[in-house]
Design a protein around this ligand. Sequence first.
Ligand SMILES: [Cu+2]
Length: 163
Amino acid sequence: MQYARSSRVSKKWLAIGIGIAALVVTLGVFFGTRSLIPVNGDSPVLLPPENIFIKASHSMAKGYEYISQASGAVKGMRATGAGGAHIDPKYIFNVGSLQSFHIINEDYETHSKHNFNIDEFNVHTKDLGYFETQTIAFLADKKGTYEYYCTIHPEMRGIVEVL
Ligand SMILES: [Cu+2]
């Protein structure tokens, strides 16, 4: 009698446990897949994204600018513009690649808001406040030369080239 009762109780908990596990897996698949949908498409892309880190900043010498946070060589991408005159980094990607841009506002000098846009790939961040960050994935699905820019600071702009 005692045994049968505890067995029923443990079966009930087992069922609840399986239910919770199934929910967790379902949510994980849902959000995992969702995050792979680029902003210029409506179906998931099963490619490993190339991660590009860009900070929006300001310096007395160069004014407002985007600074690439890539250290060393990143496949399919080249950033120029370190030191000297104000040149925002230029990015070169292979056509068909999935790009994940991570934008962070690190404008500690003016605390201005910044955003990041590439019209042709439907890339538009919100206006990011100081130390806010946003990640946007897009598919570099057409060859050409495109401009990225900040709507708040016209001098913040550079080139994305898809080869
Ligand atoms: Cu800006």
